[in-house]
Ligand binder design. Structure first.
Ligand SMILES: Cc1ncc(C[n+]2csc(CCOP(=O)(O)OP(=O)(O)O)c2C)c(N)n1
Ligand SMILES: [Mg+2]
Length: 379
């Protein structure tokens, strides 16, 4: 079933005023570049967003090349087309915020500052990878960068994100937790439980639904009974919600910045549904990649809604950057990705002896429960 672009900006906090005496009220699109989160952005910050998006795309294209050659194995869920969401979110983090996502996690990892080398090595299963080659594509982690992964169980990261928010509140930190999930993940029961607890305990959590229209080969229309949006379900739990376009970095920053602030300062949970799109199959090994959507649909998103092209054109129009500078940044991103692939290929495999390490803290640290194998019971 063909996908329709979701309508931008609706929320349970928006008051729609009826026009008196006129037929159709004129609604002009808000200028998100003037939002408090965007208006004082420096040119170099705007350019940095472009660089980050290009780095993510070139990193994944490089990975795809080696995967197709059979040199890289395991899973590979590409984020290509969705880069603005991760980059926009990371740009709003204040040092006290935490983020967590599902298995489509490369973009978030690079956006929070993980290095291409450790990420690429992880994809090659090498010991120099961020998870020592034992996690692979779905398990990038960098808690030191406030990034908690990388999770393969659909919606499994949502209660963990809730836990991060609980810890933030418990410790009295002025931060928030941002937990990403897909349009398919909203139908997992655990997400509903999270919404209830978030409202009940007034936790500083923002659930960002990256609505790319598909969960594996199933379109949104076939997986969810929706009237207006997926996020509107939050209303039943007394959680605020809103929608925004993820294709435009200004809009994403304006919308998400606002709700992250509200979570930090008022401990108000929020569900933000972001419209986005992935160009590749569910994973690179998706045998049905060409069966559930048309090439025309993909082409439409590539030509009219590509977040990198849109941002690049925006910066060119603002005269913040020249085409030559864009090309240079892109060439640097490609070179960095190629060098990271070299690093990954040339890195050593994890040692055989390390196979039992990094599974249980208790075993690694030889605690009493680790030695006795009694992790959960004392008798
Ligand atoms: C609990 C569980 N059920 C099923 C799967 C298999 N599975 C992996 S990804 C996926 C689709 C999820 O789609 P969505 O949440 O929209 O995320 P996207 O892939 O679009 O980023 C499914 C059903 C799983 N990993 N975990
Ligand atoms: Mg999806």
């Amino acid at each position: 079933m063909a996908r329709t672009l979701s309508q931008p900006l609706k929320s349970n906090k928006t008051t729609v005023k009826k026009a008196v005496g006129s037929a159709v009220p004129k609604v002009s699109a808000p200028d998100f570049s003037k939002s408090p989160f965007n208006v004082s952005l420096k040119p170099e910050e705007k350019i940095a967003f472009l660089r980050e998006m290009l780095r993510i795309r070139r990193f994944e294209q490089q990975a795809l090349k080696y995967y197709n050659q059979g040199i890289m194995g395991g899973f590979l869920h590409l984020y290509i087309g969705q880069e603005s969401v991760a980059v926009g979110t990371a740009s709003l983090m204040n040092g006290h915020d935490e983020i967590i996502t599902a298995y489509r996690d490369h973009g978030h990892a690079l956006a929070v500052g993980m290095g291409m080398n450790e990420c690429m090595a992880e994809l090659f299963g090498k010991g120099t990878g961020c998870s020592k080659g034992k996690g692979g594509s779905m398990h990038f982690f960098a808690p030191d960068k406030h990034y908690w992964g990388g999770h393969g169980i659909v919606a499994g990261q949502t209660p963990l994100g809730l836990g991060l928010a609980f810890a933030i509140k418990y410790k009295g930190i002025k931060g928030c937790a941002v937990a990403f999930l897909g349009d398919g993940a909203v139908n997992q029961g655990v997400f509903s439980e999270c919404l209830n607890m978030a409202a009940l305990m007034e936790l500083p959590v923002v659930f960002v639904i990256e609505n790319n229209g598909y969960s594996m080969g199933t379109s949104l229309e076939r997986s969810s009974a929706i009237r207006h949006s997926l996020a509107s379900r939050a209303e039943g739990f007394d959680v605020d919600w809103s929608l925004c376009s993820g294709f435009d970095l200004y809009e994403l920053r304006a919308s998400l910045g606002d709700v992250m602030d509200k979570a930090r300062t008022q401990c108000r949970p929020h569900v933000l549904e972001v419209s986005t799109y992935r160009y590749y199959g569910h994973s690179v090994a998706d045998a049905n990649a060409k069966k559930y959507r048309s090439p025309e649909e993909i082409e439409l998103y590539k030509t009219e809604h590509d977040p990198i092209t849109l941002w690049q054109n925006q910066l060119l129009a603002e005269k913040v950057i020249t085409q030559e500078e864009v090309d240079k940044i892109d060439a640097e991103a490609k070179a960095e990705a190629a060098s990271a692939a070299e690093f990954g290929i040339n890195s050593p495999w994890p040692s055989e002896e390390s196979i039992f390490e990094d599974i249980y803290h208790e075993v690694d640290h030889q605690t009493e429960s680790g030695r006795t194998g009694r992790h959960f019971f004392s008798e």
